[in-house]
Design a protein around this ligand. Structure first.
Ligand code: NAP
Length: 313
């Protein structure tokens, strides 16, 4: 029987649920919490499953070969393992990608069909019909064409939106324009009505969307941020919302979460605030993905596709 450590910063009820769900999928492994493992036993553990782990808990396991994250965003973990030989595997769950694609579609429709304006009109008891732009007329661009980005783009494509994406390396997708590099980004932004951010937070993407790039969007463009708050320079975004260059922003993620009750973003009429809910990890499907990764490793000694810590994702 092999031992795996499960290190989570979640509250204990959630931790127990995760533990039970993963254990159910891995009958030949014993999944244990760090406090149940002595320092001498810790030296023999090769796999950790983690969710917001305390770095000091992680440091107790010096011979880990790989770490499986329960989340798709791993920027904090990258910082914890950057100088270590341990490999970091993020969650790559098709269900998560589908959930994110549903969110992308839902909030694209919300902006396309002027829902923030109609909500305000109702408050003001105002009867006014706004232009109804068809999906075929609307240029929707996604920053990032990874596991989540590409599923979102394919979902949008099926509904006839004009879809583009920006990635670090060039891609070929049927019916989706791909841009790369700084020039490519500028070009794409200048042809975008709704911009959706699905880039990981890395040293290269930190505050990438600042005044200069966001000003490249046509006047009246709208923005959705579903990846990480710090990819956007919030101050620059607030200025562009204030002067009307950007008409509305749907923000699911923030540099500091939860958003402070005193933050003026809450009451900004041009911002829709969501509490980091665009794609929650589904316990059942994630446990199955993780179990498959671990079984593959035990059988063939193959570590699943892991993060390039130098690139940060
Ligand atoms: P992924 O598979 O690693 O894809 C990342 C994409 O971003 C890739 O297409 C990559 O380009 C591109 N990229 C990275 N750095 C770039 C750069 N400097 N310039 C241009 N393109 C760059 O990531 P994912 O699984 O799709 O997840 C994306 C992010 O979503 C996660 O990092 C996480 O922060 C966020 N997320 C949010 C929620 C939520 O509930 N809000 C839930 C899950 C995940 P290449 O293809 O060329 O490598």
């Amino acid at each position: 029987m092999n031992n795996i450590v499960f290190i989570s910063g979640s509250e204990s009820a959630t931790k127990s649920q995760w533990l039970a769900e993963i254990q159910k999928q891995l009958i030949n492994e014993t999944i244990r919490l760090p406090e149940e493992i002595s320092d001498s036993q810790a030296k023999h553990i090769d796999i950790a499953i983690v969710a917001n782990p305390d770095p000091s808990d992680l440091a107790r396991f010096p011979n880990l070969v790989w770490i499986q994250s329960l989340w798709a965003g791993v920027e904090r973990l990258v910082a914890d393992v950057i100088d270590k030989p341990v490999k970091l595997v993020k969650l790559n769950d098709p269900q998560l990608a589908k959930t994110m694609a549903e969110s992308v579609l839902a909030w694209t429709l919300y902006l396309q069909r002027n829902m923030p304006e109609y909500a305000q009109q109702q408050v003001n008891k105002q009867w006014r019909q706004l232009p109804c732009i068809t999906s075929a007329e609307l240029r929707v661009s996604v920053l990032g064409a990874g596991a989540l980005g590409i599923t979102a783009l394919n979902t949008l494509k099926k509904l006839d939106y004009q879809v583009s994406c920006w990635s670090r390396t060039a891609k070929q997708f049927d019916g989706i324009k791909n841009y790369i590099g700084s020039a490519g980004l500028h070009t794409m932004l200048s042809k975008t009505d709704i911009l959706i951010n699905l880039l990981p937070l890395t040293p290269e993407t930190y505050h990438l969307l600042g005044k200069e790039l966001l000003s490249n969007l046509p006047k009246g463009a709208k923005l959705i941020n579903f990846s990480r708050g710090a990819v956007i320079d919030t101050k620059a975004l607030l200025n562009l919302l204030e002067n009307g260059h950007i008409a509305h922003a749907v923000l699911d993620v923030f540099e500091h979460e939860p958003l402070a009750p005193t933050d003026a973003i809450w009451t900004n009429p041009n911002i829709t605030v969501l509490p980091h809910i665009s794609a929650p990890t589904n316990m059942l499907s994630a446990a199955k993905v993780i179990a498959k990764n671990i079984l593959m490793y035990r059988e063939n000694n193959v570590i699943p596709n892991y993060v390039d810590v130098k690139q940060g994702y």
